[in-house]
Design a protein around this ligand. Structure first.
Ligand code: HEM
Length: 140
């Protein structure tokens, strides 16, 4: 991702942060509407889970220009997700639910350029998490 894209995702996420609780709830509603079977993977309290998701996304955005620090965090996160029975195909569904939520939350300010930057960001996050998941599978 280039510096313009990094600025676009950071600025748009900053607009979501004041409504983070609602955005997280909307995200899970979108995700479970797209695939109700995913609900069974989540065992804890969904409000708490929403906070963890938003806070992890925030940390990833802060570290975007420091890949050496970000990559191990995401690989470990991906390895833990394999333990939550998350499959590689689920990542596409989460990406689609995330984009839909940003679109709903940000309205007109979610421009085509901002959307493209989020698509790239999510691809990097998912790829790195999946690398961590497959390394964990090899080590097991
Ligand atoms: C951008 C990608 C993602 C991020 C940033 C993210 C973030 C998180 C975080 C921070 C946790 C808390 C536990 C931990 O740190 O290990 C978590 C748990 C979890 N995530 Fe994700 N996640 C992502 C993708 C996914 C995908 C693709 C799925 C598939 C449906 C998923 C399903 C789950 C489940 C089932 C849990 C465990 C919940 C529980 O304890 O009941 N996540 N995620």
């Amino acid at each position: 991702m280039n510096t313009i894209q990094i600025a676009l995702v950071r600025n748009s996420f900053a607009k979501v942060q004041p409504i983070a609780t609602d955005a997280a709830a909307l995200f899970y509603a979108n995700l479970f509407a797209a695939d109700p079977s995913l609900r069974a993977l989540f065992r804890g309290d969904m409000a708490h889970q929403g906070q963890r998701l938003m806070s992890m996304l925030g940390s990833a955005l802060q570290l975007l220009d420091r890949p050496a620090a970000l990559v191990p965090v995401l690989r470990n996160l991906g390895a833990r997700h394999a333990g939550y029975r998350v499959l590689p195909t689920h990542y596409d569904m989460v990406g689609a639910a995330l984009l839909k939520t940003l679109e709903q939350g940000l309205g007109d300010t979610f421009t085509a350029e901002t959307r493209a930057a989020w698509v790239d960001l999510y691809a990097v996050i998912a790829r790195t998490m999946l690398e961590g998941a497959s390394e964990a599978a090899v080590a097991a």
